[in-house]
Write a protein that binds this ligand. Structure first.
Ligand code: PLP
Length: 390
């Protein structure tokens, strides 16, 4: 396999709920959900059943033919998406859902320019990468897609200044994930919506990480009551199977004509069966409310660490999308917590990120917090003993 992933020295063999086990039988509380994918928990029995049944019936069916599982999923999906967003293109990943949104915005408006924000992460295919901010990801692959530019986040004046008569759309994550779990100030997304309306440009929300209940609302944009024109979804949508979805208002999606966009795997029955079942699980098990309640519990506990450890600068996030910003590089910290049986993610250089499955139990949260507490203490002691004043 290409050497593009920062590997951890763990071979994961199986998972159940918020727990995974390695090949030696060691148990871990998984606060990564495989980067937000295992939102319903690992190997949820209803997803397993849906996948097995569908695998026995029909695995692939090109979108050039109709398929009932695909229709069933699309009906359920558009019954939960924000009002008006009821036409979907199905792909296989987050980056693809963003690629589709960029192409759609250009086709709809007949204009080329896309505005994104500094600190954004939208994926690593060429279009999505052009909207991603981090220069480590971008620079080796220049030239990127032209006319995609960045403005400072949370600043409506800068957004207004950047819009020209060539602008097709403003693309933004409602809460920046890879960029360090950054929640916008109240009023910003509403202001952006008004600005896009005034300037007649499209507003695209990338809810690949925040969508599907992660933040304690079905979609993070609902915290602020803002409906975009196009929304990108992926990660957890199909209970762990690869699925990207770009949803848009009918008049926008209808600008795509036959042949304008496609992917061979679009809407495979297997993935649609999993995704249809995933929506059932999310609603039947009231997981969105659970994310809100447990998110408050988790965040309160993490905030307790801020009072205890000088190294903690800030605790941020909504629902079960949480981050702790610390005063040092966290790459080693995530390895140390893994050694103690808790998997967490980094976000940028100095943010510890928690994206646990929404089915995580309180005791598992307690364990995660107590391990992070110990590791922070260790990190602080190590730094104190190696400081030149000692
Ligand atoms: C907000 C956001 N958009 C897009 C992507 C890209 O998704 P994928 O890795 O499935 O291509 C990610 C992945 O982390 C993401 O967090």
């Amino acid at each position: 396999m290409a050497n593009v992933f920062a590997k951890k020295p763990i071979v994961i063999e199986r998972g159940k709920g918020a727990l995974v086990w390695d090949i030696n039988g060691k148990e871990y509380v998984d606060c990564t959900s495989s980067y937000g994918v295992a939102l319903l928990g690992h190997s949820h029995p209803k997803i397993v059943k849906a996948v097995c049944e569908q695998a026995n019936r029909l695995i692939s069916c090109h979108a050039g033919f109709y398929n009932e599982k695909r229709t069933e999923f699309l009906q359920k999906l558009t019954s939960i998406t924000p009002k008006g967003l009821d036409k979907a293109f199905l792909s296989n990943s987050g980056a693809e859902s963003v690629e589709c949104a960029i192409k759609l915005a250009r086709k709809f408006s007949s204009k080329p320019e896309i505005i994104a924000v500094m600190g954004a992460f939208h994926g690593k295919t060429m279009g999505a990468l052009s909207a991603t901010w981090d220069k480590r990801y971008r620079e080796p692959f220049q030239p990127l897609v032209p006319e995609i530019k960045h403005v400072p986040p949370d600043n409506l004046d800068k957004a207004r200044e950047a819009i020209t008569d060539r602008t097709a759309a403003f693309l933004i994550e409602p809460i920046r994930g890879e960029g360090g779990i950054r929640v916008p100030p109240d009023g910003y997304l509403q202001g952006l919506r008004e600005l896009c309306n005034e300037k007649k440009i499209l507003l695209i929300f990338d809810e690949v990480q925040t969508g599907f209940g992660r933040t304690g609302r079905l979609f993070a944009s609902q915290h602020w009551g803002v409906v975009p024109d196009i929304m990108c979804l992926a990660k957890s949508l199909a209970g762990g199977l690869p699925l990207g979805v770009t949803v848009a208002k009918d008049d926008i999606m209808s600008k795509f004509k036959v042949g304008d966009h496609s992917t061979t795997y679009s809407g495979s029955p297997l993935v649609c069966a999993a995704a249809s079942s995933a929506i059932d699980v999310l609603l039947e098990e009231h997981l969105v409310d659970r994310a809100a309640t447990l998110g408050t519990y988790f965040k309160t506990k993490l905030s307790g660490l801020q009072n205890k450890h000088k190294a903690v600068k800030e605790v941020r996030g909504l629902g079960l999308m949480l981050g702790i910003e610390v005063r040092f590089d966290v790459l080693h910290t995530v390895l140390k917590t893994a050694e103690r049986g808790v998997l967490i993610l980094d976000a940028g250089r100095n943010v510890l990120r928690f994206l646990p499955p929404l089915v995580i139990e309180k005791e598992q949260i307690d364990k995660a917090v107590s391990v992070v507490d110990c590791v922070l203490e260790e990190e602080e002691n190590e730094r104190a003993s190696s400081s030149p004043t000692n």
